[in-house]
Design a protein around this ligand. Sequence first.
Ligand code: SF4
Length: 361
Amino acid sequence: MTPWGVYAHVPWCRVRCPYCAFDIVPRERPDEDAWLLGVLGDLQRWRPAFTGDPATLYIGGGTPSRLSADTLLGLVETVGAPDVTVEANPEDLEPEWLEALVAGGVSRVSLGVQSTVPRFARRLGRAHVPAGPAIERLRGSGLDSWSVDLIFGLPGQTLADLVADLEALLAHEPPHVSLYGLTIEPGTGFARLEARGREMEPDADVWRSMYDHLVERLEAAGLHRYEVSNFARNGHRSAHNALYWQGAPYLAVGPGAHGFAPDGRRWVNASWAGWRRGEEPEIERPDPEQAVLDALISGMRGVEGLPFAALGRHRIDPVVLGQLQSAGLLEVDGWRMALAHDGFPVADAVIRALAQAVRPT
Ligand code: SF4
């Protein structure tokens, strides 16, 4: 039986961060009862499409730590998955809330630190200054695992700034780190600043030296890259995210959540206002070409890469495979392809090139 996971989306955030284009509800008090009722309804609707029990539950957002422990544990108990992650922001990490989560079966918390340097944290619109005490609370919480997010390539950030930021983070000995290079998404506060002429992203060489430093330093600290953006000590990989990268199905609940059923259907729930009124999700069954693109996009991000068998009745043009291999961006063997060391920093471009080279067999 294929393992599968449950993803629950919590839409609320205190404010919208200036780089964020997610489907969220800023500046509103969470309506916890309506959320829990709605996600339990979504669960009931899609559960018959999945067999066996879920391997994982991931409560993401938005900011799940804006919900009470009782509300979150109401879902944790109903889903009954052995591996449960909750995303949190440092300013919400009250000791009682965290203790209740650990006692209630949450095994992992992913903390949106983004930067330990107050100047950059403020620039990212994050209220928490400094994040250190929250990270230490996680470290001593008795969770099976925990993770911290770091964003790099910030406006005005030098390589020396980033080195200091990473060292401050590593001093807390995190078992898992997720790294994101800042991208300027349309419609965000950063995009508006950029439109007014502010330089928002570092040039390509600075970006690359930042990425290379991060990878090297994390590896030296025992945190091994297992996906483009994710680094873990042994035994601390995210089991839920690994399901996405293996192309496994996931049952998504909550406003704006995207799901993938074992029969190939994909669905997107309505945003908060429509979802709470009971608006139907958009459901589609991707054609074989789209399914191959989906397999490439999710499967090529992990260090294990993608078996050619996952392409079904399609193959990749061997000329393009050869070019990517000679450029040192791709590793190819008899049964699978994977990003090479130099392919990781340009993963999106490599995946785009592969997607354009898909041919029917
Ligand atoms: S906390 Fe996360 S989801 Fe919420 S606005 Fe900021 S980046 Fe977006």
